[in-house]
Design a protein around this ligand. Structure first.
Ligand code: BG6
Length: 491
């Protein structure tokens, strides 16, 4: 069991120390998220932010970097000059070569001895061990310190275990916050309320009442400037191993006994451990890899993956994956879970579709014969829930037509939704671990994913090219069509 961490009292002094402070993630996500938390009064008043980077900058230069690189990521309506200036004043910048032990003395000097120290490691994971070793040697750690680990946490099971081992030498599990930013999304957290707050779904949420589950995370963006990272990562490691499997866990888990971090994480772990391991034959039949070719997205022409900057010629890296998974337990026996994610797809859309079982027999003369109601949970870009059902077509006969019960959550509850990183950073400061991955969860996810990667190698599998602006290769539709099913947009 993970020990409950020492909760930071709301007014406790906090030093938020960001390694990789001059990096892309810090600029685009972390700093705008911290600004929003500051704007809404969610940072403890005694918060200092210490950006750590290699570049030999002064604090003025770092603030200029923030102006240039982070401010564009703050929504215009949330930008207030006075609040921004006060936010900039919270910062210090410390130059450290993370491999050089003596450099850490500067950090010791910059941070306060009595503050709760949060170390956010937004660097390449290969540096995590060195950073943690050096933090310890420089006497920067105590039992209240917390460490936040950015993904990717490893590229296979062994490397994930290695990271966990080395970080675990310096931090107890209750001090480690493994980020999967999907768990910070309001819409993803709302899934728990949908499932466990609404009694109507309880009895139906299982086989044989559910015929299939689809989880799609479709992006319109391409690889952009990230080919150096992405080309040896691919969609399975980048998206399925973490974000999609976490969504699957929330859809499939048993009700936890409470919202305590371990109660929730124990149930997710059980799902991950129940995933049926894929044999080579399963991999050949039940997985589809794709790579985007040239095409058009949002009406504008776009290059194919192989033409993108820094992609090696002839790369076999996948930018799309669709697969069929099974969960070997009583609740989900024989219910296929279809997972799909890709870049350069037709729309940016993340959704979960619960397809209920067919009518056993239809007494109506016309309309769909094999009809299963669908519950469509849209996670982004809009948050909505639709229940697709049949209604009588007006007129003299008893014909049926598909219609949809529609709930637009943004309209129903117009309050501001914090971005995932803002919510998660506040959780770290408050010591709330529920929406972070525990070590065993991460390793269980790798245990299921790694054989697929190895299987593709063994099969000499090449990704199929799909036209940018579509829903991926035709084989992805065939994966469902084989069983008389279809992806939501094809229904
Ligand atoms: C990241 C992946 O974890 O998630 C990116 O590394 C991907 O490749 C991103 O684009 C998607 O996140 P979101 O929040 O835009 O759906």
């Amino acid at each position: 069991m993970t020990k409950q961490p020492v909760q930071a009292a709301p007014d406790e002094s906090v030093d938020m120390i960001i390694f990789g402070g001059g990096g892309d993630l810090a600029a685009r996500k972390l700093l705008p998220a911290l600004y929003m938390a500051h704007l809404h009064g969610n940072l403890p008043p005694e918060t200092h932010i210490i950006a750590v980077g290699r570049k030999d900058w002064t604090i003025e230069q770092y603030r200029a970097f923030m102006e240039e690189q982070s401010r564009p990521f703050v929504e215009a309506k949330a930008f207030h000059k006075e609040a921004w200036d006060r936010f900039l004043a919270l910062f210090q910048y410390v130059v450290i070569d993370v491999n050089v032990g003596r450099d850490y003395a500067r950090l010791l000097e910059a941070s306060r001895k009595d503050a709760l120290r949060v170390f956010y490691l937004s660097t390449s994971p290969e540096l995590f061990t060195t950073i943690c070793d050096n933090l310890e040697s420089a006497k920067l750690l105590d039992e209240r310190s917390r460490v936040v680990l950015e993904k990717p946490l490893g590229h296979d099971l062994a490397s994930a275990q290695e990271i966990n081992e080395s970080v675990g030498r310096h931090f107890a599990e209750s001090q480690i916050y493994r980020i999967d930013h999907y768990l910070g999304k309001e819409t993803v957290q709302n899934l728990m309320v949908l499932r466990f707050g609404n009694p109507i779904f309880g009895p139906l949420w299982q086989a044989p009442y559910i015929r299939s589950v689809q989880i799609t995370v479709a992006e319109t963006v391409g690889v952009g400037s990230r080919a150096g990272f992405y080309d040896h990562t691919g969609a399975l490691r980048d998206m399925v191993q973490n974000h999609l499997l976490q969504l699957l866990c929330i859809v499939a888990m048993e009700p936890p006994v409470s919202l305590d971090p371990d109660a929730v994480r124990d149930e997710k772990l059980k799902v991950l451990r129940s995933l049926r391991p894929m044999t080579l034959a399963d991999i050949a039949r039940d997985t589809v890899r794709g790579q985007y070719g040239a095409g058009a997205v949002d009406g504008a022409p776009v290059k194919g993956y192989l033409e993108e900057d820094n992609v090696p010629p002839g790369s076999r890296n996948e930018t799309f994956v669709a697969l069929r998974a099974h969960i070997n337990n009583w609740r989900w026996a024989n219910v296929p879970f279809f997972l799909r994610t890709g870049k350069r797809m037709q729309t940016r859309q993340s959704e979960i579709v619960i397809e209920f079982a067919d009518l056993p027999f239809s007494i109506f003369p016309s309309g769909p014969r094999n009809y299963g109601n669908r519950l469509v949970i849209q996670l982004q870009p809009e948050e909505s829930i639709q229940l697709q059902m049949l209604a009588k077509e007006p007129g003299s006969g008893m014909n049926m037509l598909p219609v949809s019960l529609n709930l637009d959550l943004q309209q129903a509850i117009p309050e501001r939704r914090a971005e995932a990183y803002e919510r998660l950073l506040i959780d770290v400061i408050r010591g709330r671990l529920t929406h972070f991955m525990r070590r065993d969860e991460l390793e269980a996810a790798w245990t299921w994913v790694e054989p697929i990667l190895n299987g593709w190698d063994e099969l000499g599998d090449r990704p199929r090219t799909y036209t940018s602006g579509t829903y991926g290769p035709a084989a992805s539709s065939a994966l469902l069509a084989r069983e008389g099913m279809s992806w939501a947009e094809e229904a």
